[in-house]
Write a protein that binds this ligand. Structure first.
Ligand code: PXP
Length: 255
């Protein structure tokens, strides 16, 4: 897979700022329109069970009023399945959710949760929604995602982004191996969580990854350079890293 690397802009934390005051601004829909102008290929929003940021009304207005594909992140619960079936977003990314966590800590345990996840993957697929599973970059999770029939996996980049010193290369290598394995099994591979200007390049250089979903850093950076400027800069870093990786000579296969 050597096509363009897509950028999904996650607008959850525009809603976090709005909800901190219980008012109507800043509006995630406005952020989604701005992201489209700045070069996003999709909009991602996580409707959490506790509605701490994105609300049901946000999902409704995003579904009705944006032209870009909407990627709805959600837990595998009957309530969320009913919401997805009603709005029929372009894609759903199934994520694990714990009420007390600050953010999505770690990927879905698809290998252990096979039985309960199977009905969600098939119901969403039958509704014409592209399903992805947010997983840690581990062989067992990728095999389990394939066995469930999910067409897409999204690799959790949190451990790589938080790594320091000598750990970074190892965490990156886990992502490289996982992305290669996913492609080998015919799965579309996405990645995201915690990516910033400093960490995006090496992930964007993994040619078997076709989409990155990025949010928190962009909303934070918007304070300094505006949301459009932050998205454009992220897009440029992704495109540069991908172009450089594709221009590099491939290692020769040994005879
Ligand atoms: N991908 C998934 C599946 C996520 O749950 C999140 C966080 O909501 C992201 C990407 C984006 O992570 P961040 O906001 O740290 O960029």
């Amino acid at each position: 897979m050597t096509g363009k690397l897509r950028l999904g802009v996650n607008i959850d934390h525009v809603a976090t700022i709005r909800n901190a005051r219980g008012v109507r601004y800043p509006d995630p829909l406005r952020a989604a329109h701005l992201a489209a102008e700045a070069g996003a290929d999709g909009i991602t929003a996580h409707l959490r069970e506790d509605r701490r940021h994105i609300s049901d009304d946000d999902i409704q207005s995003l579904s009705e009023k944006i032209d870009l594909p909407l990627n709805l992140e959600m837990a595998a619960t009957p309530e969320m399945l009913a919401i997805a079936s009603r709005h029929k977003p372009h894609a759903v990314c199934l994520v694990p959710e714990k009420r007390q966590e600050l953010t999505t800590e770690g990927g879905l345990d698809v290998a252990a949760g096979r039985d309960y996840l199977a009905s969600y993957v098939s119901a969403l697929g039958e509704a014409g929604i592209r399903v992805s599973l947010f997983i840690d970059p581990e062989a067992g999770q990728i095999e389990a995602a394939k066995a469930l029939g999910a067409p897409v996996v999204e690799l959790h980049t949190g451990s790589y982004c938080e790594a320091s010193g000598g750990e970074v290369a190892g965490e990156l290598e886990r992502l490289v191996r996982a992305a290669k394995m996913a492609e080998g099994l015919g799965l579309e591979c996405h990645a995201g969580h915690g990516l910033s200007y400093d960490t995006v390049g090496p992930v964007a250089a993994i040619a078997t990854i076709v989409e990155l979903n990025i949010g928190h850093f962009l909303v934070g950076e918007a304070i300094f350079s505006g949301l459009g400027g932050a998205i454009k800069h992220m897009r440029a870093l992704m495109d540069e890293a991908r172009a450089e990786a594709l221009a590099r000579p491939r290692p020769q296969a040994s005879a």
